[in-house]
Write a protein that binds this ligand. Structure first.
Ligand code: ATP
Ligand code: FE
Ligand code: MG
Length: 330
């Protein structure tokens, strides 16, 4: 399975066998270019994808020691994401599929994030899955392949967005998460405490308040950015752990899967491993390099959809808005 990812600012390709065995993966990011603008500019992202897609695919095939003729199917991120960015990947995948006479499978980017875990070991169902990325913070009950129920999601900013926006307040560039983490590591006092939103027992999240509180704290303590960064990170960790703990009490499963770029964060990883030990459940977190956008996760999910007979229609295109998982009770 050749996987293609181009939903945001990373152009990625990967070859995965049977959904689990990674043969090669490659990625080109326009993040450094985007950093000059303080965020992702859609037209710039699309242009960079168009330039990167052929070399990236060529490279993974060489790395895997394969020819195009060895590819059995192509999986591509169909959405959600930026239209121009998605169009590059989807058009490429459909053209390649048509020319090779192999099926093309359109996958959901967020569901694909969860499948970074399938590259390690088969998923144990039923499970809870927490996706913490640049644009989303969502909690799912994961009953089986293609069977996700949304338990809760952010009501405003995503956790990654809070890190990215706070980084800008602290005069750092995009993407802010890794920089906040590095800065937070230098904190010594660790005495500031930021509030997290009270969700009244629901399994939702809210991170816009903590972002505003971070800005106010930094105005009061402009000479202690590392303490401010630490306080933000600690508040995000607290909010995530608190909600997942609440969910585990209602849905007592033995496996919790984490995914998404923000779960590259060491403090978050540690907090959840600690929670797992406390509650006696298994915590699964992908290696750091598979937390952020990549195509291996796309190829993995694509395999399971292919097995289920779900291929992309000839007249199907990108889905900019693409909900995932029915909300409980809906
Ligand atoms: P989505 O998947 O919701 O469409 P995305 O693809 O942009 O959004 P990812 O690539 O999964 O999101 O993750 C990027 C986000 O992860 C950014 O917000 C970035 O700041 C954050 N991030 C990356 N590394 C870290 C880290 N070490 N600590 C905290 N946040 C991090
Ligand atoms: Fe992503
Ligand atoms: Mg990204």
């Amino acid at each position: 399975m050749l996987g293609i990812e181009s939903s945001c600012d990373e152009t990625a390709a990967a070859v995965v066998e049977d959904g689990t065995r990674l043969l090669a993966t490659s990625l080109v990011s326009s993040a450094a270019i985007q950093a000059q603008y303080g965020g992702v500019v859609p037209e710039v992202a699309a242009r960079e994808h168009a330039m990167a897609i052929l070399p990236v695919v060529d490279w993974v095939l060489k790395e895997a020691g394969l020819d195009l003729a060895d590819i059995d199917a192509v999986a591509v991120t169909q959405g959600p994401g930026l239209l121009g960015s998605l169009l590059v990947g989807v058009t490429f995948a459909k053209t390649l599929g048509a020319s090779l006479h192999v099926p093309v499978i359109g996958v959901h980017h967020l569901e694909a994030h969860l499948y970074a875990n399938a590259l390690m070991a088969p998923i144990e169902f039923p499970a809870l899955a927490l996706l913490v990325s640049g644009g989303h913070t969502s909690l799912f009950y994961w009953q089986g392949h293609r069977d996700l129920r949304l338990l809760g999601e952010t009501q405003d900013d995503a956790a990654g967005e809070a890190f990215d926006k706070a980084a800008r307040i602290l005069h750092m560039t995009y993407p802010g998460g890794p920089q906040i983490e590095r800065l937070a590591r230098q904190a010594r006092k660790k005495s500031f405490k930021l509030p997290v939103a009270d969700m009244h027992g629901r399994l939702d999240f809210s991170f816009s308040g903590v972002k505003t509180a971070t800005a106010a704290l930094y105005r009061e303590h402009p000479d202690e950015p590392e303490e401010v960064a630490y306080a933000l990170q600690e508040a995000v960790v607290r909010a995530l752990v608190q909600t997942v703990k609440r969910a585990l009490a209602r849905y007592p499963v033995g496996d919790l899967y984490l995914a998404g770029g923000v779960t590259a964060n060491e403090a978050i990883r540690e907090a959840f491993l600690h929670l797992g030990a406390e509650l006696g459940i298994r915590i699964h977190i992908p290696p750091v390099s598979y937390c952020t956008d990549n195509a291996a996760m796309v190829a993995s999910l694509g395999y399971y959809q292919w097995q289920a007979g779900e291929t992309m229609g000839a007249f199907e295109g990108p889905k900019v808005l693409f909900p995932l998982g029915q909300r409980e009770g809906e």
